[in-house]
Design a binder for this molecule. Structure first.
Ligand SMILES: NC(=O)c1ccc[n+]([C@@H]2O[C@H](COP(=O)([O-])OP(=O)(O)OC[C@H]3O[C@@H](n4cnc5c(N)ncnc54)[C@H](OP(=O)(O)O)[C@@H]3O)[C@@H](O)[C@H]2O)c1
Length: 252
């Protein structure tokens, strides 16, 4: 019999880069990974009180940079900074995303380009830069945060859905290429959870989502983070190229 998997301490001193770690799911993942002993780098467009506090209280294990998903040079520069500061990248979580709800017929070409760039091209750019470092190190992991919009149709989010579906396809094919380098690549597919991104969703619409959800309630950001933490744990060491749906069953 092999040893019982180590779900927590196996990550001590490993390095994670999480996009969009200042708020929402990204913020929770930054906190949880720091607690589990990871060194954590993150970026967002602006630093908030959470980031500023960690820059003081976790100075030796935490790094924040300003970068924008729509500026590929800033993403590559961030990866270089992380490698200079921590010397390696064991885990990339492509968490940051941009949601813009508008009917397709009125969506401008500029808005379309921004949504595809931020939600698809940016994660691909980061994966490219990080995977190169991971192959040199002898392994790593890439976890892409997708959405149930990738697997079910919803009005007003056609371009966002296209980007997230593209991200899932990217995860699957990349897993095929990078498996030989001991790099796992997966997508997590969350259903609705409360965050700044969904602050405009009305109570009535939340009730509708809840009503269509087999478990009869909305999920929490903690439940999404738990699934992410499982996927990046040694307990999931044989899972790659998969899209794991965490949505209370709404898409089943
Ligand atoms: N919330 C949901 O119901 C839900 C459901 C399914 C999937 N998701 C996915 O889950 C992920 C996290 O969502 P969330 O709800 O936690 O989001 P959130 O609360 O809006 O946080 C987004 C994070 O990304 C950063 N960010 C946004 N635009 C950026 C840009 N252009 N460049 C760099 N950083 C940027 C934000 O910081 P700044 O604003 O300072 O840049 C923030 O740190 C996303 O990929 C989203 O698509 C969310």
């Amino acid at each position: 019999m092999s040893a019982v998997p180590d779900y927590g301490t196996g990550h001590r001193d490993r390095v994670a880069l999480i996009s969009g770690g200042s708020k929402g799911l990204g913020r929770l993942l930054v906190e949880r990974l720091l607690m589990d002993g990871w060194r954590v780098a993150t970026f967002s467009r602006s630093a908030n009180a959470f980031v500023k506090e960690l820059q003081v209280t976790a100075e030796d294990r935490f790094l924040w940079e300003a970068a924008d998903l729509t500026d590929p040079d800033s993403l590559r520069a961030t990866v270089r900074t992380v490698l200079r500061r921590f010397g390696r990248i064991d885990l990339l979580i492509n968490n940051a995303g941009v949601l813009h709800q508008e009917l397709f017929l009125t969506t401008s070409a500029k808005q379309t380009s921004t949504l595809i760039t931020a939600n698809l091209l940016a994660p691909i750019t980061l994966a490219h830069a990080c995977a190169r470092a991971m192959t040199k190190q002898g392994g790593g992991q890439i976890l892409n945060v997708s959405s149930i919009n990738a697997i079910r149709g919803y009005r007003g989010v056609a371009v966002y859905s296209a980007a997230k579906a593209g991200l899932d396809g990217f995860s699957r094919s990349l897993a095929r290429e990078l498996g030989a380098f001991d790099i796992r690549v997966n997508s997590i597919v969350p259903g609705f959870f409360d965050s700044d991104m969904t602050a405009d969703v009305t109570e009535r619409n939340k009730e509708r989502i809840q009503g269509r959800t087999p478990l009869g309630r909305l999920g929490t950001v903690y439940e999404i983070a738990d699934a992410v933490l499982y996927l990046i744990s040694p307990g999931a060491s044989f899972i790659t190229g998969q899209t794991i749906v965490v949505d209370g069953g709404i898409t089943c």
